[in-house]
Design a protein around this ligand. Structure first.
Ligand code: NAD
Ligand code: UDP
Length: 338
């Protein structure tokens, strides 16, 4: 039996596929390359020692999904496919609702039609909105999202919960990721740069590479120890390993399970700059800039449920995250185009 990994050529998906293959699982990747490159596929095979099956397909394409379920014996789905740029989601909300929500509904319909009712979904800490105080726990209220991207995650959680409530055969796992950074230790796979990055680490690595002049730090008057925003950064390989634990758990548990995947430790922007400089030996010039709309002071997880229930805990620290981000950028200045 194989696991279908939607969005499996993307940043988190590619790292997860390497770990799945390494653990002896059979994998079928589905992706439309909207935000990824076919060139990741031979690198996944190189790292894992064998190739996953691959199907170029869109999660909104019901006939394409049916063909995939008919071709392979698929008993579980890890669903990464989606658009994730917060700023773009504010400019093109309908694209985000159609792709992320419409795509997930079509995927679930195809799954149900083929008797596969086991799904692990990539949700986000953004579903906790602005109304909760960190450390964030899975039993806190969700909602109050501040952009269409975040709202798609909130709605999809609801849709999957309703689906599982209506049909007891569904096994659903909602994984709420905090801030994934880093890359595979080999430097062969990582986050593909796409225009000017919005997120902190890709921006810093491009400053380090000389592609961008300096980092703008959005706000130095937050209610945090040094005034800059605090987030819970997690190594993408730790995150990938969390999916393997979640998949095994979900296979045995009907209904909906929810887990935070974070480290539980928050770092400020200035602490990340210092850690990156130490790991890379490169100075990162920065300037303080106004706060970015929608940003919160401090967002970090209580990851204890995942440790207690799944037996999973993030192992890689901030120095390793920064060193691995830098290695990937340094070895592949233009991502998979190199
Ligand atoms: P990514 O953009 O690197 O990967 C997503 C993949 O999905 C890409 O390969 C893209 O081509 C594919 N895709 C998008 N729409 C598709 C469609 N309609 N049909 C088929 N393929 C499609 O992003 P990522 O960082 O790997 O994120 C994976 C998932 O995790 C996303 O759902 C994202 O929202 C979620 N997430 C990411 C973060 C983060 O900071 N990276 C944080 C929380 C949650
Ligand atoms: N940030 C920053 N400059 C940037 C990008 C991000 O100062 O160019 C800050 C941002 O304000 C936040 C932290 O870095 O405090 C993490 O931002 P990111 O966009 O990576 O993640 P998110 O806001 O989704 O947690």
């Amino acid at each position: 039996m194989a696991t279908l990994v939607t969005g499996g050529t993307g940043y988190i998906g590619s790292h997860t596929v390497v770990e799945l293959l390494g653990a002896g699982k059979d994998v079928v990747i589905l992706d439309n390359f909207y935000n990824s490159s076919p060139k990741v596929l031979p690198r996944i095979a190189e790292l894992a020692g064998r190739a996953p099956a691959f199907e170029e397909c869109d999660i909104r394409d019901r006939a394409g999904l049916d063909r995939i379920f008919e071709t392979y014996k698929i008993d579980s789905v890890i669903h990464f496919a989606g658009l994730k740029a917060v700023g773009e989601s504010c400019e093109k909300p309908l694209l985000y609702y159609e792709n992320n929500i419409g795509g997930t509904v079509t995927l679930c319909e195809a799954m149900a039609a083929h008797g596969c009712k086991n799904i692990v979904f990539s949700s986000s800490a953004t579903v906790y909105g602005s109304g909760n105080v960190s450390p964030l726990r899975e039993d806190m209220p969700v909602g109050g999202t501040t952009n269409p991207y975040g709202t798609t995650k909130y709605y999809i959680e609801h849709i999957l919960e309703d689906t599982a409530a209506a049909d007891k055969d569904w096994h659903v796992c909602l994984l709420r990721y905090f801030n994934p950074i880093g890359a595979h230790k080999s430097g062969r796979i990582g986050e593909m740069p796409n225009g000017i990055p919005n997120n902190l680490l890709p921006y810093i690595t491009q400053v380090a590479a000389g592609k961008l002049d300096h980092l703008n730090i959005y706000g130095n008057d937050y209610n945090t120890p040094d005034g800059t925003g605090v987030r819970d950064y997690i190594h993408v390989v730790d995150l990938a390993l969390g999916h393997l634990k979640a998949m095994d758990y979900t296979a045995d548990h009907a209904g909906v399970s929810i887990f935070n995947l974070g480290t539980g430790k928050g770092y400020s922007v200035l602490e990340i700059v210092a850690a990156f400089e130490k790991a890379s030996g490169v100075k990162i010039p920065y300037e303080f800039a106004p706060r970015r709309p929608g940003d919160l002071d401090s967002v970090y997880s209580d990851p204890s449920k995942a440790e207690r229930v799944l037996g999973w805990k993030a192992e890689r620290g901030i120095d390793e995250m920064c060193a691995d981000s830098y290695r990937w950028q340094h070895q592949n200045p233009n991502g998979y185009e190199d």
